[in-house]
Design a protein around this ligand. Structure first.
Ligand code: ADP
Ligand code: MG
Length: 687
């Protein structure tokens, strides 16, 4: 017998029931016993009929006193009979289930659980759950804390409960406890067997909490262990370059176009400490949109170059790479530092020159897209590797770039406001710096969520802003009409419409991911220079683009975007000193959607938005398209179980530091468990 056997092994599961279970994602016995309750009802307390509460679920113990009768009302079959306890009597009624009349006999006692209603001058309990009470099934055994399972309407709770019960009996001898007993002792965790039984059928609330604690720990433990092992496969905990602080750093800082914020200074200190150290830097710099990460990267690059090394900066899009290139060139030029750009649209000739210059070390900094890692660019003396907007790159890409310099310092920057709980999982191996302050003079972006009836007013407002010299983004979710859903506004058609019908005499241009990189760059350049007033775009502008003169961000079909994404998009405006606006248009009547858009109106803080979204929708949804690819959790909740996660991380770190090869007997078992748990390919992408 194995837990991977099909559910048809369970008595009573035929092809029909199996198909329904499959719909719930249950295929094997293991799936079945890991189908955890969504909530519990305390049915230990039995209510006397005289104390039962109208319009609520009640749990009564009563005897059948009349023979079940069958009648018909509006074509529907009704089975009805009277039951009583020592304090009163009510009717029990079943609808559309004629066979029920054979299930009850006068004198038998049952525990009934269901909603009580007043019907004319009688009181009835409608289609209750029921269990017969006999000498062999006494009330103590039947009145329990009752699990409620995620289900479809096709499978009753009673049926699922029965199947789980049977599966548990069948599986229990084969359930293995992989957690080493030392860990169980240290963290006060109950045995696996106890946990599995009591998560389904807890005898009391303590048993439930103990069971859940153990299973949450185990799930997070397996996830974390697999992640660390994965990271260890790639990890290069190696000696780094002990950079020196150059003499002219002060001079360089004085020549920046602005004074650094305190947060920037603090993070810079942390980076400099890393760069000076003998170990290679491995740091994540997190900072909300507009917090000024680029300049921090520039300073780090300056230090590396002054120490005689080369630096690389990788950005996820051409537009962004171009922008970084321009910013760095301007900054570095006066200091005799050569910066080059390498993207998919760099010509062969340019590339050859670039490679030659790099080899001769006449080139100091290369800015680029992932072309940086795909092309055969040799940076013979690479000392610092920075990736911007890190969540767009997988760990493999990141490492491929740093492999170009054996001992290079690694720094990644992200604006994704990763909630602490998730950051702990995703970047458990990295040091984290947070730029938690915006440059001075920024005004909050006025945000309004409205429906499409407001379009005329919005357009008039945009016109006014443009007349005052400002610029505007209009974001649509789709590129071309009919791409997937006709209700969505498309960039191509929409910009045409806006150009010819709405904004006559104003420069309106489209921008989307299907354009050639060269076209994209041209449009972006023009927009940067103010030659385009209104940019109608897909989310290609989402990441990092910096046009301080833009003051209006209009987002169509706002319900289609994750909150993190909306926040990123909104961050494209409010970058200068002008008052800026974000308008979210959605006709969705969905309650959760409306709540989510409301958060955008109320908060400008990426972390608050992220945490709230995580609470509302769970981690998978938060990242829009599940960009991080974190596996679905069966029982742990990354938000609520943050404390457990911390414990688990410490525990896993201990194991790996003492026994990295999994040599002890118990740790060998762990390895086996990991295999069974499966290091999923999606984990790679999560990193
Ligand atoms: P992000 O962190 O989103 O990448 P950027 O680095 O693009 O942000 O910076 C956003 C804008 O703020 C840029 O125009 C940049 O020049 C400006 N900026 C950065 N730091 C400061 C500062 N300390 N004072 C004033 N402006 C700043
Ligand atoms: Mg940026």
């Amino acid at each position: 017998m194995s837990l991977n056997q099909s559910i048809v092994t369970v008595k009573g599961v035929g092809t029909q029931v199996a198909a329904k279970l499959n719909k719930l994602g249950i295929f094997t016995l293991k799936d079945m016993i890991e189908h955890y309750p969504r909530e519990y009802e305390d049915r230990r307390k039995i209510v006397l009929i005289k104390d039962s509460v109208m319009e609520e679920h009640n749990n009564i113990l009563a005897a059948v006193v009349t023979v079940p009768t069958v009648s018909k009302k509006a074509g529907k079959i009704i089975v009805s009979f009277r039951v009583k306890d020592e304090t009163g009597s009510i009717f029990v009624t079943f609808y559309g289930q004629a066979y029920m009349k054979n299930n009850f006999s006068i004198g038998e006692r049952y525990l009934f659980y269901g909603k009580i209603k007043r019907k004319y001058n009688t009181i009835e309990m409608e289609s209750p759950e029921y269990q017969r009470i006999t000498d062999s099934e006494p009330i103590e055994k039947v009145a329990k804390i009752t699990p409620i399972y995620p289900s479809t309407s096709k499978l009753s709770q009673k049926v699922i409960r029965g199947l789980i019960e049977k599966s548990l009996d069948l599986c229990m001898p084969f359930v293995k406890d992989y957690l080493p007993s030392s860990i169980r002792e240290d963290y006060h965790l109950v045995s696996k067997e106890y946990a599995v039984r009591n998560i389904h059928f807890p005898n009391n609330s303590e048993a439930f909490f103990e069971a859940r604690k153990r299973l949450v720990f185990e799930e997070l433990f397996m996830l974390q262990l697999s992640l660390y092992r994965l990271k260890a496969d790639f990890a290069r905990k190696i000696a780094g370059i002990p950079h020196q602080v150059p003499d002219d750093l002060k001079f360089f800082l004085e020549h920046l176009p602005f004074a650094l914020t305190d947060a920037q200074k603090r993070v810079l200190k942390e980076i400099i400490a890393d760069m000076k150290s003998k170990m290679a830097m491995n740091r994540l710099v997190q900072g909300d949109v507009g917090s000024g990460k680029t300049v921090v990267a520039a300073i780090a690059l300056f230090i590396a170059v002054r120490n005689g090394y080369q630096g690389a900066l990788m950005a996820p899009t051409e537009v962004l790479a171009m922008q970084h290139y321009e910013f760095l060139s301007k900054l570095m030029g006066p200091f005799g530092i050569e910066v080059a750009l390498l993207t998919g649209s760099t010509t062969k000739k340019q590339k050859a020159e670039l490679i030659k210059a790099a080899l001769l070390q006449k080139l100091h900094i290369v800015v680029g897209t992932h072309a940086l890692i795909e092309e055969n660019v040799e940076l013979p003396n690479l000392g610092l590797v920075i990736t911007d907007e890190q969540h767009r790159f997988g760990v493999r890409q990141r490492l491929r770039l740093s492999e170009k310099g054996a001992a290079a310092d690694v720094m990644v920057m992200t604006a994704t406001p990763i909630p602490r709980t998730l950051a702990l999982i995703l970047y458990g191996d990295m040091d984290i710096s947070i730029i938690d302050e915006l440059p001075p003079g920024r005004q909050p972006i006025q945000t309004n969520a409205v429906d499409s009836a407001y379009h005329t007013r919005i357009y008039r407002f945009i016109e006014k802003e443009v007349q005052e010299g400002r610029q505007c983004y209009i974001i649509c979710p789709m590129v071309e009409e009919g791409e997937t859903n006709n209700d969505l506004i498309s960039v191509v058609e929409h910009s045409e419409y806006l150009k010819t019908e709405v904004f006559k005499g104003i420069s309106v241009e489209p921008l989307h991911g299907k354009m050639k990189p060269k076209e994209k760059n041209e449009i972006m350049q023009k927009f940067s220079k103010g030659e385009i007033n209104i940019l109608v775009s897909t989310t290609v502008v989402e990441v990092g683009v910096n046009v301080p003169n833009a003051t209006v961000m209009l987002i169509e079909n706002a319900e289609r975007f994750g909150l993190a994404q909306l926040h990123q998009l909104r961050g494209r405006v409010g970058r200068g000193t002008y008052k800026s606006y974000c308008i979210l248009v959605s006709d969705s009547k969905n309650k959760v959607t409306q709540k989510r858009l409301k958060i955008m109106e109320e908060s400008q803080d990426g972390f608050v938005i992220a945490e709230t979204d995580l609470k509302l929708r769970g981690p998978g949804e938060f990242f829009g398209t599940k960009q991080h690819g974190l596996p679905e959790m069966k029982i742990a909740n990354l938000y609520q179980d943050a404390k457990a996660l911390k414990e688990v991380q410490q525990c896993v770190k201990n194991i790996l530091s003492i026994d990295p090869e999994f040599k002890t007997f118990e740790n060998k078992q762990l390895q086996e468990a990991m295999k069974e748990w499966g290091v999923k390919e999606e984990l790679y992408n999560a990193l």
